[in-house]
Design a protein around this ligand. Structure first.
Ligand code: HEM
Length: 538
């Protein structure tokens, strides 16, 4: 049997050979009783009626009736692949997480790419953000890097996540549009919540219509805290850099592909892997000092609407991800995989970013519904490759047969086992950090700068990329029914760049409002050192 790095049988390697469901040569019921016929129900006489006693009919139909599980509340449409991450040793100085730090260490991974807004059957090439979620089956337990293909987010505080998603999803009355941002409620929300502006610029750029998953960057978005073997800490942002380079579709291609082949991206990935051309990405980190105010060059590292430009803090490559094996069963793997920002291993911690803090609650909570109770970690795709001994018991869909009498600690009945570990033995010990202040519902003042990085992004683009941004805004806003929403969004664009605003206004046939740069906001002086385009500042 193939084994994991820990020497334990690899549950994923045997996924396609699960003999609980497909053993033996004969068709049977779920109870293992052989069947003579599965095409005719048991009837009273050839012309019926059908008899209730037909256990095969009832079992077959009942199981079918319950085949579907709820799709993800966001990121419902996705495709995934298996592979491995190999560290190059460059992270050894900043983290004790062995899978990142140890040169040559190979860690199995499962990576799911997704769109955000569309339902499970929607098209791949719509204008949207793409999810880039990686589950690392490390020897110390599972670590999930649940990122996107854009380095910033629409909101600064997770309490607004239901709002931004309600605004982006189809209108509740007509359920249109199916999978994109070209509608009133999306533009209503982002024009009223100007913190979304930077992310909106990315979404309206060519990054919103990637050529393929192979040619897409990925970002952890938030600032993480890495803990080194000597206890030292640093603040870090994660980046995935595709070895094949970053490439996008043009809008006309995206539209044609959505019609001619709605599976354009998942087909591309699966075909490439099958043809022996794996997907490859370098994992990089931007490393910044762990200062008490969590800023770097005046940029607030707890604000997920801000990047740290690579010109100010270069990305250091720490390893390579290769995706080279297609799933054998979409439901068992791609649909049932459960990523969670709270799946952390020693050496990687979170920060106080209020968006990240809300995510730490949301993923496990939603999966309790989506995957039917608390035992989904036992599903093969979610099973850690590290030994599990968790004292968690019972619950819906329990598959383990736990032994012993005392699932609590300490105990004197089962000999006290299992033991708790020390940090030296690999326990996840949270690094002590000061937490202070009054309980308030308010942001730090630095969160009020909503435009400077949106401007920086737009001005970093080449001329042809800027034209694409103008065309995207014109098309998407042009789908709004409400004139007032278009006018409000134009006033937001005036804060970003007067030429951008004028060009979009002309496209919409509306007058361009005058720009009035926001008062009381002091953008980081370091940003002004970055020269304008061509090429996006990431
Ligand atoms: C799903 C990324 C913010 C709640 C996902 C997925 C990704 C992702 C990639 C798909 C996972 C998969 O493939 O199964 C992000 C990023 C965010 C962000 C990068 C911001 C930086 C949030 C916030 C919340 C949230 C603020 C809630 C407070 C969810 C939920 C799911 C999800 C509920 C569905 C999970 C499931 O059903 O398994 N997110 N997300 N996300 N996200 Fe986020």
């Amino acid at each position: 049997k193939p084994t994991s790095p820990t020497g334990k049988a690899d549950p994923l390697a045997t996924l396609g050979q699960d003999n609980r469901a497909q053993a033996g040569d004969h068709l049977t019921t779920a109870q293992g009783v052989r069947l003579p016929d599965t095409d005719h129900s048991l009837k009273a006489g050839r012309r019926g009626p059908t008899l209730m006693e037909d256990f095969h009919l009832r079992e077959k139909i009942t199981h079918f009736d319950h085949e579907r599980i709820p799709e993800r509340v966001v990121h419902a449409r996705g495709a995934a692949a298996h592979g491995a991450f190999v560290a190059n040793g460059a992270a050894a100085a900043v983290t004790k997480a062995g899978f990142l730090a140890e040169k040559g260490r190979r860690t199995p991974v499962f990576t799911r790419f997704s769109t955000v807004l569309g339902s499970r059957g929607s098209a791949d090439t719509v204008r949207d953000v793409r999810g880039f979620a990686v589950k690392f089956y490390t020897a110390e337990g599972n670590f999930d890097l649940v990122g996107n293909n854009m380095p910033v987010f629409f909101i600064q505080d997770g309490i607004k996540f239901p709002d931004v998603i309600h605004a982006g999803k189809p209108h509740p009355d007509r359920e249109i549009p199916q999978a994109q941002t070209a509608h009133d409620t999306f533009w209503d929300f982002v024009s009223l919540h100007t913190e979304a502006t930077h992310h909106v610029l990315w979404a309206m750029s060519d990054r919103g219509i990637p050529r393929s998953y192979r040619t897409m960057e990925g970002f952890g978005v938030h600032t993480f805290r890495l803990v080194a073997a000597d206890g030292g800490t640093s603040l870090v942002k994660f980046h995935w850099k595709p070895v094949a380079g970053v490439h996008s579709l043009v809008w006309e291609e995206a539209q044609l592909a959505a019609g001619a082949d709605p599976d354009f991206h998942r087909r591309d990935m699966a075909d490439a892997i099958e043809a022996g051309a794996p997907l490859e990405y370098d994992l990089g980190i931007q490393v910044m000092p762990d200062t008490p105010d969590h800023t770097f060059e005046g940029i607030d590292l707890l604000d997920a609407t801000k990047i740290v430009p690579e010109e100010l803090c270069p990305v250091q490559v720490i390893g390579r991800l290769t995706l080279d094996r297609n799933p054998t069963n979409y439901f068992a793997e791609t649909e049932q995989v459960a990523f969670h920002t709270g799946n952390l291993v020693p050496g990687i911690e979170v920060t106080d970013d209020p968006l990240m803090q809300a995510r730490l609650f949301s993923y496990l909570d939603t999966q309790l519904t989506r995957l039917g109770g608390p035992n989904f970690t036992q599903l093969p795709i979610n099973c850690p490759h590290a030994a599990v001994n968790d004292n968690l018991r019972d619950g819906m869909h329990q598959m383990a047969i736990h032994q012993g009498q005392a699932p609590y600690l300490p105990n004197s009945v089962d000999g006290g086992a299992p033991k708790v570990a020390t940090e030296a033995e690999g326990a996840y010990v949270h690094r002590p950090r000061p937490v202070e202040g009054e309980a308030v519902r308010a942001n730090p003042a630095s969160f009020d700068d909503h435009f400077s990085q949106a401007t920086l992004f737009y001005r970093s683009l080449s001329e042809v990329e800027r034209v694409h941004v103008v065309e995207a805004f014109t098309f998407e806003l042009g789908k709004c029914y409400e004139q007032a929403i278009k006018e409000r969004q134009l006033r937001v664009l005036a804060e970003v760049d007067a030429d951008l605003c004028a060009a979009v206004a002309a496209g919409l046939g509306l007058p361009a409002p005058a720009g009035t740069p926001a008062e009381d906001v002091v953008p980081s002086p370091a940003l002004s050192q970055i020269p304008p385009g061509p090429g996006p500042v990431t």
